[in-house]
Design a protein around this ligand. Structure first.
Ligand SMILES: Cc1cn([C@H]2C[C@H](O)[C@@H](COP(=O)(O)OP(=O)(O)O[C@H]3O[C@@H](C)C(=O)[C@@H](O)[C@H]3O)O2)c(=O)[nH]c1=O
Length: 184
């Protein structure tokens, strides 16, 4: 597995080895021993999520707060997404800054996002199936969001030539300045 540097040192972009042959391909999507070497022994995944969306769907920006803060390992098993992470740790030099990565079934890249970051993505392909492992169970009472188009964060979303499709919840997320952030 290859580790690719990202703008934020806490994020990790991983590229698992994909074995190709006449039948198609094979890869280990997750292997506890190997990932512990990259992410650390203390990272333990408790839940696997799968979402299916069509082009122009935007999910986010989401995070869970303590005591249910989540680390997430994101990857795409069909299609392509533009994945965004915002550092929402108040004491961080990158507080309020965003970074993006293209994740697809083709590039097989996986993004590790530790607790302390808000996450969202836009579907670029006709449809996309996005898998993610989380280090804490879903806890609706700890679920938080920030408006995808918050002016202070200023994410430059790709122009797909269509209106983005958001959930009712995501159309009403608070501004970054009003959102609950992480102290450290
Ligand atoms: C996230 C989640 C949702 N749900 C339920 C709640 C709701 O009725 C339905 C859809 O939930 P949402 O609208 O929150 O789904 P979605 O907008 O896809 O939420 C996800 O967005 C991406 C960007 C993330 O980073 C994830 O952590 C998660 O927040 O699924 C669960 O049962 N378990 C879960 O872990």
């Amino acid at each position: 597995m290859r580790k690719i540097p990202t703008d934020f040192s806490e994020l990790m972009l991983l590229e698992p080895k994909v074995w190709m042959d006449a039948r198609g391909s094979f890869q280990e999507a997750f292997n506890q021993r190997v990932y512990a070497d990259f992410l650390g022994d203390d990272v333990l995944f408790l839940q696997d999520n799968l979402s299916h969306s069509r082009r122009g769907v935007l999910r986010g920006l989401h995070y869970q707060v303590a005591p249910c803060a989540q680390g997430k390992l994101i990857y795409v098993i069909q299609g392509e997404i533009w994945d965004v992470v915002v550092d929402i740790r108040k004491s961080s030099p990158n507080f309020g800054k965003w970074t993006s990565h293209q994740l697809s079934a083709k590039n097989a890249r996986q993004l590790w996002i530790p607790p302390g970051f808000a996450h969202g993505f836009l579907v670029l392909s006709a449809t996309a199936d996005v898998m993610y492992k989380t280090t804490a169970y879903y806890a609706p009472q700890s679920d938080r969001g920030i408006a995808w188009n918050d002016a202070d964060i200023g994410i430059q979303w790709p122009d797909l030539g269509v209106d983005f499709l958001l959930s009712d919840k995501d159309q009403k997320q608070p501004a970054f300045k009003d959102a609950q952030v992480f102290a450290a």
